[in-house]
Write a protein that binds this ligand. Structure first.
Ligand code: 9L3
Ligand code: MG
Length: 148
C-alpha cells in the first residue's frame, strides 16, 4: 500500500521535472551601476501594474537566452547591455515558464522606461522593501549579494 503511494508520488514528481526541463524561459537583467541595481515598474497587465521587476521577457523560439536579454533591454530601456553569468536559481513562473536572471553591464545608453511606468536604481538596503513581482522577490537575497 505505502509502496503504491510512493510509486504514484515519484511518477508525479518525474512529470513535474519533465515539465520544468521543457519550460519556456523568461530572462531578466540584473544591471548594476555604482552599487545600485536597476528595477522597473510594470504598467501591464492590470494584475501586475505597479509592481517591480528586473527588465526582460520571454525567450522566443530559436533564440538564445543572452540574445533575448539584449533584445529586451533595447525594447524596454533603450540601452545595449553585455550579458554575464546567471544570478541565483531558475524560479518557476506560472504555467510552464521559469524566470532566469543574468548579470548585465550597461554598454551604451541611459535606461528609460519605454514600456513601463518608471525605472529606479536601488541600493541593497532598498531591495527588501520594494513591491516586487513574486518570482523576482525570491531572488532578492541573490541580488543583494551582487550589490555587496
Ligand atoms: N516576469 C517576471 N519577472 C521578470 C520578468 C522580465 C518577467 N523580471 C514574468 C511576467 C510575465 C512573464 O514573465 O508573466 C513574461 O514577461 P514579459 O514578457 O511580460 O516581460
Ligand atoms: Mg518584459
Amino acid at each position: 500500500m505505502a509502496l503504491r503511494v510512493l510509486e504514484k508520488r515519484s511518477a508525479s514528481l518525474a512529470r513535474r521535472c519533465e515539465e520544468l526541463r521543457a519550460a519556456r524561459v523568461v530572462v531578466g537583467a540584473a544591471i548594476v551601476r555604482d552599487g545600485r541595481l536597476l528595477a522597473q515598474q510594470r504598467s501591464y497587465p492590470e494584475s501586475h501594474a505597479g509592481q517591480w521587476e528586473l527588465p526582460g521577457g520571454r525567450v522566443e523560439p530559436g533564440e538564445k537566452p543572452a540574445d533575448a536579454l539584449v533584445r529586451e533591454c533595447v525594447e524596454e530601456l533603450g540601452v545595449s547591455v553585455v550579458v554575464g553569468e546567471q544570478v541565483g536559481p531558475d524560479v518557476p513562473l506560472k504555467k510552464d515558464m521559469v524566470l532566469r536572471i543574468f548579470s548585465a553591464e550597461l554598454a551604451d545608453g541611459e535606461p528609460e522606461a519605454l514600456e513601463h511606468n518608471a525605472v529606479r536604481w536601488l541600493t541593497a538596503g532598498e531591495l527588501p522593501g520594494l513591491d516586487w513581482l513574486p518570482a523576482d522577490r525570491v531572488l532578492v537575497p541573490a541580488l543583494q549579494v551582487l550589490l555587496n
